[in-house]
Write a protein that binds this ligand. Sequence first.
Ligand SMILES: [Zn+2]
Length: 226
Amino acid sequence: MVVGYDLPSSLLAVQLAEEHHDVWAAVGIHPHDAASFDAATADQVAVLLGHEKVVAVGEIGLDFFREHSPSEVQQDALVRQLKLAANAGLPVIFHCRNAYPELISVLREVGAPEGIMHCWAGTLDEAERVVEMGLHLGIGGVVTFKNADALREVVRWAPGVRLVLETDAPYLAPAPMRGKQNEPALIVHVAAKVAEIRGRLIEEVALQTSRNASYLFSRMELRLEF
Ligand SMILES: [Zn+2]
């Protein structure tokens, strides 16, 4: 899955998905770029959502850590893109940093779509609340980091049907490749750590999380072979 963060990167994601059979795209305007979400951009995103290789809206959400766009601008872009997702009948990939209470309250207000909280970094209590809303937790390389006990606690607790794996490449390469450029192949280290935490075989984790992804991204044609 190749995920956009503004209009040019969303167009590139769609182009890559067109060129490669096993690549799918998500299209959306990241909270950092929320100020660029004007009417013309919204129209172009809406058109892209009709593309057969576009399986989700994202990354969209709230980021109060860097606050590259003012919080009310971020909130407005989020709510408008949630409407686009609902109109297109597509799930959503959420980016959230230092804003879990605010994002949860927006979703309570407007209704949570199906989707993923990508690179989950919230508390166990917040994880319980988003899982209750029907959302999935995206688990990436951070789960292998030494200081990530709180995340491992969430991974131990989470219902298997609510977990998906991700890379966030080129960022957040898992141990033992921490600090290197991340790439899809390294997801195996994430799967191994999740399996260890949950006391499962890596094959079981691979099958369940791939199945979860294929149910969630219903436009994807995933071949699950193990
Ligand atoms: Zn993100």
